[in-house]
Design a protein around this ligand. Structure first.
Ligand code: HBI
Ligand code: FE
Length: 323
């Protein structure tokens, strides 16, 4: 995510003059034009950098995503035994922690998907379940999308998902989203109506937003959808995908690391959010929500404050803005 953040930080400094055309439907959002780091284009510190077979595989899966059109079935990937091994390891490690660390909405929605260690779910099957539960869609994407495109997709209840598997040399680590992160972190949460609403709010707020506001929305997304925590009685449970797809991060959230506990703070979308850290270890600060409905209400009130009046009155294929 570092490249994206470097680019966003640079753009944040520019004047708010160049807001690109506002997409009216998912068809107006490209899933292939603004990709950062994908296919054979791995950075030197990527675990797959010296593995040419892996890079070829990444390019092949990236190309499948680029030719996909919204509304068409998502192409199936015939995952290899090695890819299934990695998925199975990640799944087996995480399932033991969900009953004690994941929020109740995750635990409930998880049952809808029947995940098994010997089968990597196809994005098409997952998208069909989401369509029936919350009306969300999955769209394959070659790699990290530019934050504006990624967030705009959420406004059309579309989640851009990678389809490749992380490098097998270190199954518990990936420097970027991969199918294990998307499926185990994001997909079950998107089957929960109140969480799906929260993500939709962030998406709507991003339509026509200035670069500065996109940057703030990226942080709000990061501290809720990726690393959010929620109160359940006297306990703190995880709902962010970066937590739910990482055994290390889940344990750190509860127990701390080397005797240092993370901090938990209340979410206030109007306040300046802390700098995001991805590569330098686990989060130092988690935002704690009372409930998804409460967090969504707070995000709505912030989103209304930045939404341009012309966006409020635009017609998005018959769906009005609901902020
Ligand atoms: N692209 N494919 C993909 N997956 C993400 O999770 C993602 C992204 N682009 C940007 C992004 N996340 C965040 O950093 C926020 O900008 C939304
Ligand atoms: Fe993610």
């Amino acid at each position: 995510f570092n490249k994206i953040h470097a680019i966003s930080a640079e753009k944040e400094k520019q004047a708010d003059t160049s807001v690109p055309p506002i997409p009216k439907s998912i068809h107006d959002i490209s899933n292939g034009d603004h990709i950062l780091g994908f296919g054979a284009d791995l950075s030197e510190d990527h675990p797959g950098y010296y593995d040419n077979e892996y890079k070829k595989r990444r390019s092949y899966i990236a190309d499948l995503a680029k030719i996909h059109k919204p509304g068409e079935p998502i192409p199936c990937v015939d995952y290899s035994a090695e890819e299934i091994r990695v998925w199975g390891l990640v799944l087996d490690t995480l399932v033991d922690l969900y009953p004690t660390h994941a929020c109740k909405e995750y635990i409930d929605s998880y049952k809808l998907f029947n995940f098994k260690p010997n089968h990597i779910p196809q994005l098409q099957e997952l998208s069909e379940v989401l369509e029936q539960t919350t009306g969300w869609h999955i769209r394959p994407v070659a790699g990290l999308l530019h934050p504006r495109d990624f967030l705009n997709g959420l406004a059309f209840r579309t989640f851009h998902s990678t389809q490749y598997v992380r490098h097998g040399s270190n199954p518990m680590y990936t420097p970027e989203p991969d199918i294990c992160h998307e499926v185990l972190g994001h997909v079950p949460m998107l089957a929960d109506p109140e969480f799906a609403d929260l993500a939709w709010v962030i998406g709507q707020a991003s339509l026509g937003a200035s670069e500065k506001d996109i940057w703030h929305l990226t942080k709000l997304y990061w501290y809720t959808v990726e690393f959010g925590t929620v109160k359940e009685g006297s306990e703190i449970r995880a709902f962010g995908a970066g937590l739910l797809s990482s055994i290390g991060e889940l344990k750190h959230m509860r127990e701390g690391t080397d005797g240092v506990m993370p901090e938990f703070v209340e979410l206030d979308p109007f306040k300046k959010m802390p700098k995001m850290s991805y590569k330098d270890g686990y989060q130092k600060k988690y935002f704690l929500c009372e409930s998804f409905a409460d967090a969504a209400a707070k995000l709505r009130s912030y989103s209304r404050s930045i939404l341009k009046p012309e966006v409020m009155s635009m017609n998005f294929g018959g769906t009005p803005i609901q902020l």
